[in-house]
Design a protein around this ligand. Structure first.
Ligand code: IVH
Length: 700
C-alpha cells in the first residue's frame, strides 16, 4: 500500500444538464454514506437507503449519460475521513452483490452456470456475512505493516496503530509469504457492545446504534484512544488478496490457510455442494443467528473452486463468483404511542417508548428504551412520532431516529417527570450526570428490580426466580430487602397463590445452589455502579476476598490495570455506605459464600506450575463445584476458559460432559476426569513438558 493525498471532489460542470432528481439523490445518498461510514451516526434505515439507491440506479440505467462522477453507484464505500493518513489498497477492496430471497440465490447460481456453460451443480463455500467494518491487513516478511479500512475501495484509512491492539490481529506470522494481504471484518461482540453502550449511557455520551457502528467507531478513534475498547474488538479473516500459496485451490483451503497462520475464521462456514444446499445453509444460519456472539446480517456464498472464480472474473464493484444472501431487514418504521418512565434497580428514571407493535429482527417489539433525557433531546422523540426501530440479533430494540417528514402537527417535546412515578419522591439529577434518579432507598421499584438483577444469570443465578414470582414475594411481604430471599422457607412459599409443592422445592433448591457463589458473581449481585463482569473479575483476583476489597481506598483501586479513577471512586464510595455493609453482612449470615483465593496482581503473568495452561471445564464434577475447581486451577497458575481450541491444554470432563468433550477428542486435547485433575493439582500427574523433560533426562 502507498500513502497518498486526499482526492479532489468532482468538478461542478459535471452535473450540468442532469435532471434535478438525480442530483438530489446523489447529494442525499452521499450525505447518508458519510453519516454512516465516516461519522458512524446513520440517520435513515438501511432499507430506506437501499430504496433511494435503487431509484438512482434505475434512473442511471435508463440514462447512462446522466451518471455523475461522484454518484454513490460508482463506489463501494465512503471516502476516508479527515485526520487519518490514506493508503492505497494493494488490490481494490471489493463489495458484494446482494440477493434477498431463495429466488435471487437461484438466479445467481443459474447465471454462473450459464456463463460456465455447465449443467452440473457448482459447489459454494457458505460463510456468515459478518456485520462489522472491513479491514485489510498487509504483512511484509511476516510482520504486520499496514492495516487499512475499506474507505472507497481504492484507498482507505491507515488504522495500523489501533488495529495492533486487537488481540486477534496477529502481529507476526510464521511461514507466511514475503507479502501477504488478508481481508476480514472487525467486529464488536454483542455482549461487549451492550456493555459499551451501558457505560456510555451512564456517562451521558451518545450511544452507538449497533455493533457495526461501534466497531467502526472504535477502530477509527483518533484522539484519547480507549485501548480497552480496541481490545474488545475481534478480527475474523475471510479472504486473501496477495500472497496465496500455489497449492491452494478452493475457498475452503483459503480459510484453512488463514487459520493455520493464526487468524480467526468463522467456525460456522462450510462447503455446500449445490444451490439447494446453500439455501438450506442460509436457513440454518438464520435460525442460529441470535445465538451467535457476533452480529451477522446474512450469508455469503463464494464459488469454492478458485479456478472457476478466475474464469468468472469481476464486475466493477464486485466479483461475479460471490454473493451476499441477506437476512430480512432488522429495521422497521413504527409509531410512538406513548412515552413512560420506568424506575430501575439503582433508582434511575428511564424514559421508555411504547410502540405500535412491530415485527423486527424476528420478534415483535412493543417497547424501546430511550435511555435518558439527553438521548430523548438528541433524537427529539415525541409521542405520535414515526420512528425507525432497530433490533440486531440479541440486541435490545433501539429507536434509531425520528422520521421528521411524518411528524403530526402539535406534538410536544417530552421531558421526564419531576417526581418518581412509583413512590412520588422528588427526582434528582446530579450536576454533570446523564441519569435522573429516585433518591428514596425504600422505593418499591428499586427493590423489585434489584431482586431480578440478583437472580440474573450474571449474578447469583437463581433459577426460576422471574418477574411474576418477585412481584408475589413483594406483595406478600415475604421479602423486604434482598438478603431476605435467602431466608425464604418451603412453608412460607407454600402460602403463595398458585405455588405448588414442586415449585416451592425447586425454588428452595435454586436458592441453595445460588448461595454457593463466587466473589465476582457476588460483586455483580451487589449492583455497584460501573462494575460489570470484567471489573468484578479484576477486583476478585486482586483482593481474593471481600474484606480487603472493602478496605481498599480509591487510590489502591486505581492502581489495578483496567480500573480507572471513575470506577475506583464508585467502588470505594459504594463500600463506604453503611447500608451496603449491613446488607452484605446479612447476605453472609444467610449462608451466601464464595471460595477465597490468594490476592494476585491480575495484570501479572500468573505463576505456578500450571501457568500458561488453559483449562476447559465440562459436565459436573462430583463433589467439586465449578467455582471451586476454577479457584484451585487458578491458584496453581492455570487459566479457565470457556471454549475448546487447539491451544487448550486440558479439558476436565465430569458427568454428562457434552460437545466440549467431543471437540477435545477431535482436536486431540488432553482430557482428564476429576481424579486426574486432583492428581494434576497435587503434582502427581506430570504435565506434557515435564514428561518430555523426564524422557530427555532418562538414561537410554
Ligand atoms: S468477501 C472479494 N466474505 O461484506 C469479496 N465479505 O457487502 C470480498 N463481509 O466488503 C468480500 N462477511 O466487508 C466477504 N464472509 C465474508 C463477509 C464479507 C462480511 C463484508 C465485507 C464486504 C461486504 C460486502
Amino acid at each position: 500500500m502507498t500513502v497518498t493525498s486526499r482526492r479532489k471532489p468532482p468538478s461542478p460542470e459535471a452535473s450540468e444538464g442532469v435532471p434535478s432528481r438525480i442530483r438530489e439523490l446523489v447529494a442525499d445518498l452521499n450525505r447518508h454514506l458519510r453519516l454512516y461510514h465516516v461519522e458512524d451516526a446513520p440517520l435513515i434505515s438501511d432499507s430506506e437507503y437501499d430504496r433511494r439507491f435503487r431509484e438512482l440506479e434505475e434512473l442511471e440505467r435508463q440514462h447512462p449519460e446522466w451518471v455523475l462522477p461522484d454518484s454513490p453507484t460508482r463506489r463501494v464505500g465512503a471516502p476516508p475521513a479527515e485526520g487519518f493518513t490514506t493508503v492505497e489498497h494493494l488490490r481494490p477492496m471489493l463489495s458484494l452483490d446482494n440477493v434477498m430471497d431463495a429466488e435471487g440465490m437461484q438466479g445467481f447460481d443459474e447465471r454462473i452456470r450459464r456463463m460456465l456453460d455447465r449443467e452440473d451443480p457448482v459447489a459454494f463455500h457458505g460463510e456468515p456475512k459478518l456485520d462489522g467494518a472491513s479491514l485489510e491487513l498487509v504483512y511484509q516478511g511476516g510482520a504486520l505493516s499496514v492495516a487499512a479500512t475499506r474507505g472507497d475501495g481504492r484507498e482507505g484509512e491507515d488504522v495500523t496503530a489501533n488495529a495492533r491492539q486487537i488481540l486477534s490481529v496477529p502481529l507476526e506470522l510464521t511461514g507466511a509469504p514475503e507479502t501477504l494481504s488478508v481481508y476480514g471484518e472487525v467486529l464488536l461482540p454483542i455482549k461487549a457492545f451492550e456493555r459499551l453502550n451501558r457505560n456510555r449511557g451512564e456517562r451521558g455520551q451518545e450511544l452507538f446504534v449497533n455493533p457495526r457502528n461501534a466497531a467502526a467507531g472504535s477502530l477509527r478513534q483518533l484522539h484519547d484512544v480507549d485501548v480497552e475498547r480496541l481490545r474488545s474488538l475481534e478480527f475474523r479473516a475471510y479472504a486473501v488478496g496477495v500472497g496465496l500459496p500455489d497449492g491452494v485451490a478452493t475457498q475452503r483451503e483459503v480459510m484453512a490457510f488463514l487459520a493455520e497462520l493464526g487468524f480467526v475464521t468463522s467456525p460456522e462456514s462450510r462447503v455446500c455442494a449445490s444451490v439447494a444446499e446453500a439455501i438450506a445453509y442460509h436457513e440454518e444460519l438464520g435460525a442460529k443467528r441470535s445465538d451467535l456472539p457476533v452480529e451477522i446480517d446474512g450469508s455469503v456464498f463464494k464459488v469454492d473452486s478458485l479456478a472457476i472464480q478466475r474464469d468468472l472474473g469481476m464486475l466493477s464493484r464486485s466479483p461475479r463468483w460471490a454473493i451476499a444472501f441477506k437476512f430480512p431487514a432488522h429495521q422497521e418504521h413504527t409509531v410512538v404511542e406513548d412515552i413512560f418512565t420506568s424506575v430501575g434497580r439503582t433508582g434511575a428514571l428511564t424514559p421508555v417508548a411504547k410502540l405500535r407493535p412491530v415485527f423486527v429482527g424476528g420478534v415483535t417489539v412493543s417497547n424501546a428504551s430511550l435511555h435518558n433525557q439527553d438521548e430523548v433531546d438528541r433524537k427529539d422523540v415525541r409521542v405520535g412520532d414515526t420512528v425507525v426501530i432497530q433490533r440486531a440479533g440479541d440486541v435490545i430494540p433501539q429507536v434509531v431516529s425520528v422520521v421528521l417528514d411524518l411528524r403530526p402537527k402539535r406534538t410536544k417535546r417530552w421531558v421526564l417527570p419531576s417526581h418518581c412515578p412509583v413512590c412520588g419522591t422528588e427526582a434528582v439529577r446530579p450536576e454533570g450526570e446523564a441519569v435522573t434518579r429516585c433518591p428514596n432507598p425504600a422505593c418499591p421499584a428499586k427493590l423489585r428490580n434489584r431482586l431480578l438483577h440478583i437472580a440474573g444469570r450474571g449474578a447469583l443465578d437463581v433459577d426460576g426466580l422471574g418477574e411474576k414470582l418477585v412481584e408475589q414475594l413483594l406483595d406478600q411481604g415475604l421479602v423486604e430487602t434482598p438478603p431476605d430471599l435467602f431466608a425464604l422457607t418451603r412453608e412460607s412459599l407454600l402460602g403463595l397463590e398458585r405455588m405448588g409443592e414442586k415449585s416451592a422445592d425447586n425454588l428452595i433448591a435454586a436458592l441453595d445452589k445460588a448461595r454457593d457463589t463466587t466473589l465476582p458473581r457476588f460483586l455483580i449481585a451487589l449492583g455497584i455502579p460501573e462494575v460489570g463482569a470484567g471489573v468484578a473479575e479484576l477486583l476478585a483476583t486482586r483482593f481474593g476476598d471481600l474484606e480487603p476489597l472493602m478496605a481498599a481506598d480509591a487510590e489502591t483501586l486505581t492502581a489495578i490495570e483496567g480500573v480507572g479513577p471513575i470506577i475506583a471512586e464508585k467502588v470505594a464510595s459504594h463500600f463506604a455506605d453503611e447500608s451496603v455493609r449491613s446488607e452484605i453482612e446479612r447476605f453472609r449470615s444467610q449462608g451466601v459464600r464464595w471460595p477465597v483465593s490468594e490476592p494476585r496482581d491480575p495484570s501479572a503473568e500468573p505463576e505456578g506450575r500450571l501457568a500458561g495452561h488453559g483449562f476447559v471445564l465440562t459436565g459436573t464434577l462430583p463433589g467439586l463445584s465449578r467455582s471451586e475447581a476454577k479457584a484451585r486451577i487458578e491458584a496453581a497458575g492455570g487459566k479457565v476458559i470457556s471454549a475448546v481450541s487447539k491451544k487448550t491444554s486440558f479439558v476436565i470432563a465430569g458427568e454428562s460432559a457434552g460437545s466440549k468433550l467431543r471437540k477435545a477428542e477431535e482436536l486431540g486435547v488432553r482430557v482428564l476426569d476429576l481424579e486426574g485433575l486432583l492428581a494434576l493439582l497435587a503434582g502427581e500427574l506430570p504435565l506434557e513438558e515435564e514428561e518430555a523433560a523426564e524422557e530427555a533426562d532418562a538414561p537410554s
